[in-house]
Design a protein around this ligand. Structure first.
Ligand SMILES: NC(=O)c1ccc[n+]([C@@H]2O[C@H](COP(=O)([O-])OP(=O)(O)OC[C@H]3O[C@@H](n4cnc5c(N)ncnc54)[C@H](OP(=O)(O)O)[C@@H]3O)[C@@H](O)[C@H]2O)c1
Length: 310
């Protein structure tokens, strides 16, 4: 019987970048010019300060939809959004009722298939931002016997190839988001897309990086503020304890630092919604090993280092 597996990561085995802060719907910093007398100026300042902080306090949390919410990184994003309920209203899209139940069966979870544009319409109603964490998932061919030193072979189910899931499915999500006027889309992809010969493209003859990149291009051409995060090899380890590294054009793949905790990817997805510096940018993302460097806390500075638009 075929079993659903997670693809072996090519990242972990071979050696192989001006500033203003804005919260969705909120305010943070305001600068004032000198106009009249000192006391008038102070009064004006106080009034403005009161109205600014009132506006910040009253601004409703942004509604953020995470798709692939039943997946390993999507699930972490969904949980993090729910933990920050003062800032965000979390919503999730899962493919099946089974996935919905697996992650708590809450009313904010919608069931839909991204390949079927009609099935995801309701999930997108009224959202402010979208975080895309769906992906085609290859399955292992039956009969693999690790004791014989064999390498496993993979395939994609009919209709669930990267072309259908990572291209058509992501395009459907971007179109649905555009139709409801979202303010930002964060899309998680993968490092390796600059090289057509990357081994990930061979898995199940799926050309997964090619189709992911086509969707990334569609997003960057959409006019919607976007952040494309191309992650290195994903690891199921604790987040928030490593120095994060950003790069472009797969340069990090040539170094020894080309993996990242799923929890860190999830955090970067959410932080991308908080800073203007993250918009209209594409970044490769990895981390230093634990204990090497300083754990990243300043995400504004991290996004400011990113210069690439694609
Ligand atoms: N694995 C790595 O080392 C690695 C490295 C770099 C980047 N990445 C990328 O990082 C992202 C997150 O990876 P991950 O391993 O956390 O993801 P994952 O666990 O494989 O989750 C993928 C999710 O997509 C959902 N999905 C698939 N087809 C769908 C459809 N037709 N409609 C709705 N949802 C659908 C799946 O739902 P079901 O479970 O119901 O099918 C699953 O929840 C992916 O884009 C991945 O390619 C991975």
């Amino acid at each position: 019987m075929a079993s659903s597996v997670r693809v072996p990561s090519v990242f972990s085995s071979a050696p192989s970048s001006a500033c203003s802060f804005r919260r969705f719907g909120g305010y943070s910093t305001v600068s004032f010019g000198f106009t009249s007398s000192e006391s008038e100026r102070r009064k004006g300042f106080q009034k403005l300060a009161v109205s600014v902080s009132a506006a910040a306090a009253d601004s409703p949390p942004s509604t953020v939809l995470v798709t692939g919410a039943g997946g390993r990184t999507g699930q972490i994003v969904y949980e993090k959004l729910k933990e920050r309920s003062g800032q965000f209203t979390a919503r999730g899209l899962v493919r099946t009722q089974e996935s919905k139940e697996k992650i708590g069966n809450a009313d904010d979870l919608h069931v839909g298939d991204i390949r079927d544009a009609g099935s995801i319409v309701l999930a997108f109603q009224g959202i402010d931002a979208l975080i895309i964490l769906t992906s085609a998932v290859p399955k292992m061919k039956p009969g693999f016997d690790p004791s014989k030193g064999e390498r496993p072979e993979f395939y994609f189910e009919e209709g669930a190839f990267p072309e259908q899931v990572d291209w058509i499915g992501q395009k459907n999500q971007i179109d649905a988001a555009k139709s409801v006027g979202v303010k930002q889309i964060v899309l998680v992809g993968s490092m390796g897309g600059t090289d057509i010969k990357n081994p990930l493209n061979n898995i199940g003859n799926g050309n997964i990086l090619v189709w992911k990149r086509k969707a990334e291009q569609y997003l960057s051409d959409s006019g919607i503020p976007y952040t494309i995060i191309r992650a290195g090899g994903l690891q199921d380890t604790v987040g928030g304890i490593r120095e994060l590294l950003v790069g472009k054009d797969d340069e990090l793949l040539q170094t020894q630092t080309r993996t990242i905790a799923r929890a860190d990817v999830a955090e970067v997805c959410i932080q991308a919604l908080l800073f203007e510096e993250a918009k209209f940018k594409a970044l490769d993302l990895a981390s230093k090993p634990e204990g090497d460097g300083t754990p990243t806390k300043d995400f504004k500075a991290l996004f400011s280092k990113v210069t690439a638009r694609f």
